[in-house]
Design a protein around this ligand. Structure first.
Ligand code: FAD
Length: 288
């Protein structure tokens, strides 16, 4: 069975087609997840709705308020935008560790989030940067905090007829920094066994706010809020960072799979959270 192909030229047209086609329709962005599944016979949508002819969806905009990412912004575009590398570093860290150049040029940030793999490399950085998802549907647009976006493996809050149109990322305050570390045997060429992002903002030598997000160690990427709570308002001593890393490991709900065991993942959350905190602190103090 072949799929019917649509190439709408506006968001409104896309959502109308998706609503009319119902659950049997699939959105196509870069195709680096969808086409792989299609070729493997794991998905056979009755219709495919490409977003690639919609003007503006691949735009990245920087304003005083922050960063706006259209859903079709590619991983490579993040990496080649100096302001992203400088101010939204966790996003650039993730893009740098994301597959090879071909996939980085095709794969989109929106596709990575909508595929909703527990190990999606863009999710932890966007979670610590407090991103909000702009969702367009037949009845208009709604905005959802990214930490409410994921419901389970390959499941999001998107309803039939809706697409992820873009992401709003607020500008980080002064003395802030973010970082993403990925644990994978073959580095960028492999899916994360563990992914840890940290966002820190400092004031008067103390931690004003800390955000920690974990990937690949639970059914969805998530914020480790108990660990974050230990750091807020405190001086970030090595001992405190170890305690926060241990708390993050307790919050993880990893599984054992072909890549590694649940025990190993939990241990790596501890190691990578501590490292990410140390490195984010260095960045917040002006180092790289
Ligand atoms: C060789 C290889 C290496 C990879 N390496 C990594 C890696 O290191 N890290 C990682 O996290 N992933 C990796 N991936 C997975 C994939 O490349 C990413 O998830 C990518 O960002 C998906 O984006 P896409 O635009 O290609 O999505 P698509 O394949 O076009 O779509 C993915 C899913 O999201 C839906 N979708 C896409 N865009 C939207 C939208 N705007 N609104 C609603 N639904 C939408 C589609 O219907 C589909 O279900 C890899 C894949 C391959 C083939």
């Amino acid at each position: 069975m072949s799929s019917e192909y649509f190439r709408p030229s506006s968001i409104q047209e896309a959502t109308r087609i998706l609503e009319a086609q119902g659950k049997q329709a699939k959105v196509l962005a870069g195709g680096t997840d969808l086409v792989v599944l299609y070729r493997a016979g794991k998905v056979r949508p009755a219709s495919v709705v490409s977003l690639n002819a919609i003007p503006g969806l691949n735009q990245l905009e920087l304003t005083n308020k922050g960063l706006h990412l259209g859903a079709l912004v590619t991983h490579q575009a993040l990496l080649t935008t100096p302001e992203v590398v400088g101010r939204y570093s966790a996003l650039a860290d993730s893009a740098r560790q994301f597959a090879g150049i071909q996939i980085r040029n095709l794969g989109t940030v929106g596709g990575n989030l909508c595929h909703a793999s527990p190990s999606a490399d863009m999710a932890p950085p966007l979670l610590v940067l407090n991103a909000r998802a702009e969702i367009a549907g037949p009845k208009g647009t709604r905005v959802v905090e990214l930490d409410q976006f994921f419901l389970g493996p390959n499941q999001t809050v998107l309803q039939p007829g809706e697409i992820l149109a873009g992401l709003e990322v607020p500008a980080p305050g002064p003395a802030s920094a973010s970082i993403y570390l990925k644990q994978a045997v073959r580095g960028a060429m492999e899916i994360a066994m563990v992914g840890v992002a940290v966002g820190l903002s400092m004031a008067n030598g103390r931690c004003r706010e800390a955000r920690i997000a974990l990937g690949a160690v639970a059914p969805t990427p998530f914020r480790a809020r108990e660990a974050e709570g230990l750091l807020k308002g405190q001086e970030l001593t090595p001992e405190l960072m170890i305690r926060a890393a241990e708390a993050a490991a307790r919050e993880a709900r990893p599984i054992s799979d072909v890549r590694c065991s649940a025990e190993y993942r939990r241990e790596m959350v501890k190691v990578f959270t501590r490292r990410a905190l140390e490195q984010a602190l260095r960045r917040a103090r002006g180092g790289r």
